[in-house]
Design a binder for this molecule. Structure first.
Ligand code: IPD
Ligand code: CA
Length: 306
């Protein structure tokens, strides 16, 4: 068994344990929504007690099993390691779905080489995306394929752009969303339809599984995509940015060619990797603190605010 496969099994084991913690929390709460503990880049970018409890659990398990590795998590930031390997964690990707008890949220655990804070400088080598509400578990190890449960995933033949079901997502800040609304209006006439599922990790796994044809989004962070990017590439797909850039916070476009190339070209024509000018930042007009909060939220991760 390769080292990476061992890491994949560990990722799966702890992601499932985290999923059980989430489901137990759901059962124990007597109705109502999970409690919001704080907000990050905007008032709608929430952190629940469960986001923190899950990340704590994952960090504890990794400290026991792989004490030398670094850990970068959405909620608690970067803890450097000594092995050159870093675990990248999104305790709940799709937090808004979790808040509203929509099943499309997932625990994402990846092991990466390189520097996960710099787009294009890291490479996922093992990972797991676990969807507690359905029990679906995607796993992948570098060179060993991608799996949904016991089924090995291979990218479906991709349709042309006009027949493609394309997933996307939106950030939490008004200025970013104003740009994303313009871009989605430019994409919609050219594709079969658009889906906004609410979890970047599940979007990428959906492309790998064939329940979606392609995905794009501006503003995702490394923890949203690290594990699922390996699921997709091991299934035969690819992720990139625009104009030759690597996939990262500026832009992620994912799928299989030639659809991926066509969608990337359309997004470049739409300047989907830019935001509107600051004067159209409605949020800044209504809340002068909003911009600085977002920047503080991304500090130290090398990630752009979503
Ligand atoms: C978000 C989800 C969403 C995407 C956002 C992400 P979170 O992650 O992946 O689908 O559109 O860009 O920030 O906040 O639920 O962990
Ligand atoms: Ca996320």
């Amino acid at each position: 068994m390769s080292d990476f496969k061992g890491a994949m099994f560990l990722a799966e084991q702890i992601a499932r344990e985290a999923g059980d913690l989430i489901l137990r929390g759901e059962r124990d709460r007597s109705g109502g929504r999970p409690e919001v503990e704080s907000t990050k880049s905007s008032p709608t970018d929430v952190v629940t007690a469960m986001d923190r409890a899950v990340e704590d659990l994952l960090r504890r398990r990794l400290a026991e099993a792989r004490p030398g590795d670094g850990v970068l998590g959405e909620e608690a930031g970067l803890q450097a390691g000594t092995t050159g390997l870093t675990w990248v964690l999104d305790p709940i990707d799709g937090t808004v779905n979790y808040l509203y008890q929509i099943p499309a949220y997932a625990v994402s655990v990846a092991l990466v080489t390189g520097d996960p804070t710099v787009p294009g400088e890291w490479q996922a080598v093992a990972g797991c995306v676990h969807q507690p509400a359905t029990g679906d578990t995607w796993t992948a190890a570098s060179g060993d394929g991608a799996w949904l449960g016991g089924r090995q995933l291979r990218l479906h033949p991709v349709p042309e752009l006009g027949q493609a079901l394309v997933a996307t997502g939106f950030g939490y800040r008004q200025q970013r969303r104003t740009g994303q609304a313009r871009v989605v209006a430019g994409v919609l006439p050219w594709v079969r339809d658009i889906r906004r599922i609410g979890s970047a990790a599940l979007d990428l796994c959906g492309v790998a599984t064939g329940t979606l044809d392609a995905y794009y989004e501006r503003g995702v962070n490394v923890w949203d995509i690290a594990a699922a990017s390996l699921v997709l590439t091991e299934a035969g797909g690819a992720l990139r940015g625009l104009r030759g850039a690597p996939a990262g916070p500026e832009m992620v476009v994912a799928g299989g060619d030639p659809l991926l190339a066509d969608l990337t070209e359309l997004l470049a024509e739409l300047d989907a990797d830019t935001d509107p000018e600051a004067e159209t930042d409605l949020e800044a007009e209504s809340d002068p603190e909003a911009g600085s909060t977002a920047e503080a939220g991304a500090a130290g991760t090398g990630a752009a605010p979503a």
